[in-house]
Ligand binder design. Structure first.
Ligand code: PYC
Length: 323
């Protein structure tokens, strides 16, 4: 992994429905001009210092999602993006794409209207409605397994669907847990046990991918106008304050496959923090393509200073100080 003696990274912070996004607008490594999946491999393999330094403490926190803004491989597209968190890299990220669009609007680099963006799992669309409201046309989403049963030592048998919405999710409706903001500690513990057991029992995606996001569903809060409330445990142990764009895409794919939601019909998903995404999906060539609408706000603009003589320059992480 390369490092630099002294280095500045320019970032813009925002939150989407309470979930923060930190967009790197300058100071990232040169990843060439290949497809985003190739650039992600380079970032992960050779320049992981960037993720670790800007997301982990002492500059960041476990809740932050990072987004490296890239030049697009195809000049017709508006840009490219690679998302990451406190332990690694994400496929797509719904709240992060909304945060990125609002960041670009804040910088006067994005006009109201339709745009295309490159991500590691594929091209997506985004529509900027005004300075804060954005619709993201996600990657095609689908269910891999219906009613997968899982035995857990702590909570007995749990049953859930395994679905893709740009990341892998285990979706559980029948859990007996109280879905409330003052219960996030217990919810994190419950969802953490599910993720540990999925991994331990080798229950994975079709190509062996870990099912690293756990999503619990319950009734919406009174007066919210939502169809459901969720709790989403992210791979690094933090929970999503937003309704999770990729998680709601996975949910909508399951609902459509079960005939409980029609293509084009809006699903209003409330988060554990009370924010709402509206998601509707079209059928294109037999594939379910969700559109996520949400709102983001800018919270800060900073120059991060990386001094390699600082023992915590590359962040505090479970695997020690990264160099
Ligand atoms: O909105 O897709 C999302 C997301 C994934 C992880 C955190 N947020």
């Amino acid at each position: 992994m390369d490092t630099l003696a002294k280095h500045c990274v320019e970032v813009i912070d925002s939150h989407t429905g309470g979930e923060p996004t930190r967009v790197v607008i300058a100071g990232g490594p040169d990843l060439g001009d290949g497809a985003m999946a190739e650039r992600l491999a380079l970032l992960r393999g050779r320049h992981d210092w960037l993720r670790s330094a800007i997301i982990n403490e002492p500059r960041g926190s476990d809740v932050l999602v990072g987004a490296l803004l890239c030049e697009p491989a195809n000049p017709k597209n508006t840009g490219g993006v690679i998302f990451f968190n406190n332990i690694g890299y994400l496929g797509m990220c719904g709240h992060g794409t909304i945060g990125l669009a609002v960041t670009l609007a804040f910088l006067d680099r994005l006009d109201v209207g339709a745009h295309r963006l490159e991500t590691p799992p594929g091209e997506i669309s985004l529509t900027l409605h005004d300075g804060n409201r954005v619709t993201v046309g996600n990657v095609p989403s689908y269910r891999h397994r219906r009613r997968q049963s899982l035995r857990t030592p702590e909570f007995g048998e749990v049953c859930g669907d395994i679905a893709w919405g740009g990341n892998w999710f285990f979706l559980v409706s029948d859990h007996g847990q109280r879905l409330a903001y003052d219960n996030v500690g217990k919810l994190s513990e419950y969802a953490g046990v599910i993720r540990r057991e999925l991994d331990r029992q080798g229950i994975r995606g079709p190509d062996g991918e870990p099912i690293d996001h756990i999503e619990l569903f319950g009734p919406p809060s009174a007066g919210s106008g939502a169809d459901s409330r969720n709790f989403v445990l992210c791979p690094g142990g933090a929970y999503d304050r937003s309704p999770c764009g990729t998680g709601t895409s996975a949910k909508v794919a399951c609902l459509i496959e079960d005939g409980e939601l029609a293509p084009g019909q809006v699903w209003r998903q409330e988060s554990i923090a009370g924010s709402i995404f509206e998601v509707r999906a079209d059928l294109r060539d037999g594939r379910i393509v969700p559109e996520i609408t949400g709102t983001a706000y800018i919270t800060g603009r900073s120059t991060l200073w990386l001094d390699s003589t600082d023992p915590f320059c590359y962040g505090i992480s479970a695997s020690g100080v990264k160099r």
